[in-house]
Design a protein around this ligand. Structure first.
Ligand SMILES: [Zn+2]
Length: 491
């Protein structure tokens, strides 16, 4: 799928369908020139049509044959404003309209008219291209029947080619993270994931290193080894580097549990286990953001750490009560083998810190108990300015988060009777709703005084059902926020 700016006039741009944004206020106000021009060319009274079809909310739409007056045979009118909209479009409405519109399209060539959309402070081209790229996503590689090519090109007359390119790269990166996350765990083992990372590294000229079982044993990575012990697919820690090694670095850490069965504390229901191929969504977002930043030529020094393991049920699975030793020497009583994300992340964070980065951001499908629902990831951290920067970036790109406190009073829950820390407690009945904070506190034990932020994306990473905005499956959550953060919030 390609997005192209075009110098041609909208009415003269050839395609299969012309998408025309309209406002609900249009019946009452003068028609903008483009709408008037298209109305005149097609002989359709667009003002009356918008009123008659009741296009009022963002994404409301109707199809109209163009009767040959323009270079596309069909028009798709898409409302971009809420009921009170005037000629100014709210950016959230525009984004939703573009995503809903994309879900309606499967014609090979789509022409999109944007030169009359006004979103003060925002570039409508950027918003629409990102949203359409995400809305047009399909995951068809496991279907035996040909599902057709879908949309091959989206042409944007009058748009800035640089803006179109940047937004298309960001959209494609988000979809790359979705592809990785949607891939079944049988095909995306830790070794397979590392292989994809190695391919990207050679394609983009990135530094690449992987620590297999022998190196992990030698380096004392007891968390990654303990979690991976029960699987026939051995764990691996992937390290990537981009940019000037002498410059201050941002360290990015992504949880890469390629499947989470829960281990010996096996997940108790089909609902809880069926989507667990998504437990590497953090690593996918980090890898995708790295590739986008590199492709866009952002001059920043990144060190990336992706601890990859399969949390399986097997003869060597770690047992409740086992004690493991993290990178750096601290010990952990594994009360709950299903609280495995913090075990692999603790090793990776400790390792990341050894290289003295200026800041560390980790992204993880850690708990799903942020209480924020499927649209908003949770964030905690030791540096308020870093948390604020990530929140700003997420908001700017339609991939928002909300801050939770690292409540010190809960840190006592980490105390173990036998080890330095414990990863969980046996009785969670009274404590279920602060698991996200507790997990964040566990991670905070391994970053010392390095400015650090942690994104919990377990609730936003996957959608079980399709709706008129999202396809079913992985969402690529946090990818856009990370890219925007790295582009705009320098070390
Ligand atoms: Zn788990």
């Amino acid at each position: 799928m390609r997005f192209e700016a075009s110098p041609d006039e909208i009415v003269a741009t050839a395609g299969d369908v012309l998408v025309l944004p309209v406002h609900p206020a249009e019946p009452l106000s003068p028609l903008p020139p483009v709408t008037a021009e298209i109305g005149a060319a097609t002989g359709v009274d667009l003002r009356a049509l918008v009123a008659r079809r009741g296009l009022r909310r963002a994404g409301d739409h109707c199809w109209v044959p163009s009767a040959g007056g323009i270079a596309c045979p069909d028009l798709l009118l898409v409302c971009v404003g809420g009921p009170d909209a005037t000629d100014v479009t709210d950016v959230a409405d525009l984004r939703e309209a573009a995503m809903r519109c994309a879900r309606l399209l499967d014609q090979p060539v789509v022409v999109c008219a944007l030169d009359r959309v006004v979103t003060p402070g925002w570039d409508p081209t950027r918003v629409v291209v990102e949203a359409m790229a995400i809305g047009l996503y399909r995951f068809d590689r496991y279907r035996s029947a040909d599902t057709g090519p879908g949309v091959e090109r989206v042409v944007l007359p009058g748009s800035d080619p640089d803006v179109v390119h940047t937004a298309a790269v960001i959209g494609a990166a988000t979809n790359f993270a979705r592809d990785l996350t949607n891939t079944p765990a049988a095909d995306l083992t830790p070794a397979a994931f590392a292989g994809i990372c190695a391919e990207k590294a050679s394609e983009l000229g990135l530094g690449y290193r992987e620590l297999g079982v022998a190196e992990l044993e030698e380096g004392g990575f007891g968390g990654i080894l303990g979690v991976g012990a029960g699987s026939a697919n051995p764990p691996v820690l992937v390290c990537l580097e981009s940019g000037d090694p002498a410059a201050p670095a941002t360290a990015l850490v992504g949880k890469g549990i390629t499947f989470d069965s829960g281990g010996l504390t096996l997940k108790g229901s089909l609902d809880a286990i069926v989507t667990m191929k998504d437990d590497m969504g953090g690593a996918a977002a980090v890898l995708a953001a790295l590739t986008a930043v590199r492709a866009l030529g952002v001059d920043t020094h990144l060190r990336v750490y992706l601890p990859c393991a399969e949390n399986a049920l097997g003869p060597r699975s770690q047992r409740p009560g086992d004690v493991l030793r993290h990178r750096g020497g601290r010990t952990c009583e594994v009360v709950n083998p299903d609280a495995e994300g913090r075990l692999v992340l603790a090793d990776a964070l400790a390792y990341a810190r050894e290289a003295t980065p200026a800041r560390i951001v980790d992204v993880a499908t850690l708990t799903g108990s942020t209480g924020l629902g499927p649209d908003i990831w949770g964030i905690m951290g030791s540096s308020q300015s870093l948390v604020d920067a990530l929140l700003r970036a997420g908001t700017a790109t339609g991939d928002p988060g909300w801050q939770l406190p690292l409540w010190e009073g809960y840190r006592k829950n980490l105390r173990s009777e036998v080890a330095d820390l414990r990863n969980h407690q046996a009785d969670m009945s009274k404590f279920w709703n602060h698991k996200a904070i507790w997990a964040g506190l566990y991670l905070s034990e391994f970053v010392a005084d390095t400015p650090w932020a942690h994104l919990d994306i377990a609730a936003t990473v996957f959608r079980n059902r399709a709706d008129d905005v999202w396809a079913a499956g992985a969402t690529g959550t946090a990818t856009r926020a990370l890219i925007e953060f790295l582009r705009t919030e320098r070390v």
